[in-house]
Design a binder for this molecule. Structure first.
Ligand code: C5P
Length: 262
């Protein structure tokens, strides 16, 4: 990584720069959907939890929902990626709880747009630090705070991750669990990587997803699983637009109900 600044220095250089739009954390500028404009709910915020395994399409879905309904969006996985990146920058061991917890303390929500967080090596290390309870505890407050105080003008938030509906926001108004067969997820990931010009070998991607699935579902702390009251949507045979329209109907319905309850 010679010539590149470590993430720690990027973190301090960017602090105070304000919240520029970034894919991990932003308020949707464009309010396309009628539902939020019509929502007269005062005081109570509207929260959508989008959980699911890696490469299930939940991140894209979360961003589209935020844009449609004028909500803020947080990709909670980027917090674990930022933690992992800090550990790797210091040549630390992502499995070491003391190092990983110290890194988690330095993660700041405004600073999650570093493109290096998207690297597969960082994703792998993220799923290792994410199994450490101290790291999860450290990152929990920032996620809950985002849901409770989404940046203006948003009147609510969409958070995507693994444990949003079960641990971070168990009171979320809509809980979605987006999944797909691992072969379909691997094929989509390969296509995405190749479109970005990156070389991608299907078998390697498949193995990588298998390992991350096993770590995310098998850990003791906040394992990947659908909340009992989540809408589970298997997207193996669905295209992204179909999923989006189906989910928009669920969210619009929940918004109407919430307004009714105010
Ligand atoms: O969603 P993404 O692939 O960016 O997440 C990276 C890793 O962070 C996941 O493999 C998972 O181990 C961890 N994660 C988590 N809980 C979340 C979000 C992500 O454990 N809410």
């Amino acid at each position: 990584m010679s010539g590149e600044k470590p993430l720690t220095s990027i973190l301090s250089a960017q602090a105070g720069r304000g919240s520029e739009p970034n894919p991990s954390f932003c308020v949707s500028g464009e309010r396309k959907g009628p539902a939020l404009k019509e929502w007269k709910g005062k005081g109570r915020l509207f929260v959508v939890a989008v959980d699911g395994p890696a490469a299930s399409g939940k991140g894209t879905l979360a961003r589209r929902l935020a844009e449609r309904f004028g909500l803020a969006v947080l990709d909670t996985g980027s917090l674990y990626r930022a933690t992992a990146r800090l550990v790797l920058d210091e040549n630390g061991d992502p499995a070491d709880p003391v190092t990983a917890e110290a890194a988690a303390k330095h993660v700041d929500l405004r600073l999650l747009d570093d493109p290096r967080l998207r690297a597969d090596s960082v994703a792998r290390a993220a799923s290792v630090v994410a199994a450490i309870p101290e790291v999860r505890r450290e990152l929990l407050g920032a996620q809950r705070n985002f849901a409770a105080h989404p940046p203006a003008p948003a009147r609510g938030a969409v958070l995507d991750g693994r444990d949003v509906g079960t641990v971070v926001c168990p009171q979320a108004d809509v809980k979605l669990f987006i999944t797909a067969k691992i072969e379909a997820r691997a094929a989509r990931r390969v296509k995405e990587l190749r479109e970005q010009g990156a070389p991608a070998i299907y078998e390697n991607v498949l193995q990588d997803l298998n390992e991350r699935d096993a770590r995310d579902s098998g850990r003791g702390a906040a394992p990947l699983k659908a909340a009992d009251d989540a809408h589970v949507i298997d997207t193996t045979m669905l295209d992204a637009d179909e999923v989006f329209e189906r989910v928009c109907r669920l969210v619009a319905h929940a918004l109407e109900e919430k307004e009714w309850q105010q």
